[in-house]
Design a protein around this ligand. Structure first.
Ligand SMILES: *Cc1c(COP(=O)(O)O)cnc(C)c1O
Length: 399
């Protein structure tokens, strides 16, 4: 029996991507086996992290690395490292940063929320944010003038959440920061490319082990040895509350190995077959226009963009997304990628589907669209009430 049924939970079909709120990713058999093997055993964690360092160095082309609780923890601990170095006294003094270089420059268009605000992950270490540029525009000279005597680090965020134009390109960002002697930390939580940021000169590149890599929940820090060491030492300070266990470290090592040996072309072909099936079928529905779109940050991953014309479909993109997520009867909730739904579209992300679910997704969407067409009243709720409705639903937890 599916553990979800045993716990009284509904199975969920995830066409939204790698979401913490849905259980991140599907962990592969090889990773599960490795984790199951280590769980009953004792091991010297410093040695295990040495092995993780070697595995990360090989995968990322970096000098070294270590595993922490999450990419969010990796941001906090990397910033801490940039402020304290390997001084154990300073490490225990955080988040009091009196007298330390404690400013972190970040482009304003990079100040995203990935489930929590990125600026909070920085402030948690005791650092202060210095935003660079405007929301949709930043320049090298603004970065240069934002860097001063108190600058500890420069953070660069790579994400579909960031503003995708008008930002300082990574190469220029690194050039300006390095010219001022400031280390560059790249938040690459969701990026498939493990070597690009280190190769471009980043001092640290940070990844989530539980996103595309399919590991247990953990964060991967890759980069220059002194900074990685200083970040690792934060485990004796503010990192204690963000600690990863042996299972997370082994899970990350196994996930990197699984990623190295994965048949990426075959996975891509399977995803492409789902996208084509959905596009061909959904383009025959009234008021729907579907197209395949490339990932905005350049990951080798495409998604189906589903535009909904509410006048013709008699339902809005957000009402359709909500109906899919809250089905009547025994149907599984289908969670789509809808953070831009107010623009009358959402995405279907194929990267976390189990075989066969592509048909369920399609049937559910067609079913909801047909229901809307047959309904006496259009299924159109005001968008401005949606956020309040969702927040009210969350506030009721645990009831
Ligand atoms: C997911 C994400 C994070 C947080 O990663 P966790 O490992 O889940 O803490 C940070 N930054 C970006 C850009 C992300 O997409």
């Amino acid at each position: 029996m599916d553990i979800r049924s045993r716990l009284g939970l509904r199975p969920v079909i995830n066409v939204s991507g790698t979401m913490t709120g849905l259980g991140a990713s599907s962990v592969g058999a090889a990773v599960i086996d490795s984790v199951a093997e280590i769980l009953p055993q004792f091991v010297e964690i410093d040695d295990l992290q040495r092995k993780a360092s070697a595995a990360i160095a090989q995968a990322c082309g970096s000098e070294s690395g270590y595993v922490t609780a999450s990419c969010s923890a990796a941001i906090t601990l990397s910033i801490a490292a940039a402020m304290t170095g390997d001084d154990l006294g300073l490490i225990e003094r955080l988040p009091d940063t009196t007298g330390l270089r404690n400013e972190v420059v970040v482009q304003t268009g990079h100040l995203v929320n990935y489930g929590a605000p990125v600026d909070q992950a920085i402030r948690l270490a005791g650092a202060r944010i210095v935003p660079v540029g405007a929301a949709t525009e930043a320049h090298d000279y603004q970065l240069a003038s934002a860097i001063g005597e108190r600058t500890a680090a420069a953070l660069y965020v790579v994400s579909h959440h960031t503003v995708q134009y008008g930002m300082i390109p990574l190469e220029a960002f690194i050039e300006v920061a390095h010219a001022k002697g400031v280390p560059v930390i790249v938040d690459a939580a969701s990026e498939y490319d493990l070597t690009r940021f280190i190769a471009a000169g980043a001092d640290l590149a940070l990844y989530s082990a539980h996103k595309f890599l399919g590991g247990l929940t953990a964060g991967i820090v890759a980069g220059k040895k002194p900074l990685v060491r200083a970040a690792y030492f934060q485990n004796g300070g503010i990192g204690r509350g963000m600690k990863v266990g042996k299972e997370g470290i082994v899970g990350a090592i196994a996930a990197l190995e699984q990623w190295r040996t994965r048949d990426h072309a075959a996975v891509r072909a399977t995803e492409r077959s789902y996208l084509t099936l959905w596009r061909e079928t959904l383009n025959r529905q009234q008021g729907v226009w579907a197209e395949i779109e490339a990932d905005p940050t350049g990951n080798p991953l495409d998604r189906l963009k589903l535009h909904i014309d509410p006048n013709q479909a008699r339902i809005t993109a957000w009402d359709l997304a909500d109906a899919l997520a809250r089905p009547q009867g025994d149907d599984a909730p289908v969670i789509v990628r809808d953070h831009e739904a107010e623009l009358n579209f959402f995405y279907l992300d194929p990267c976390n589907l189990h075989a066969g679910e592509e048909q369920v997704v399609l049937a559910r969407i067609v079913g909801e669209l047909d229901r809307a067409l047959a309904s006496p009243e259009p299924l159109v709720t005001p968008f401005h009430k949606r956020d309040a409705r969702r927040i009210a639903a969350r506030r009721a937890w645990p009831d």
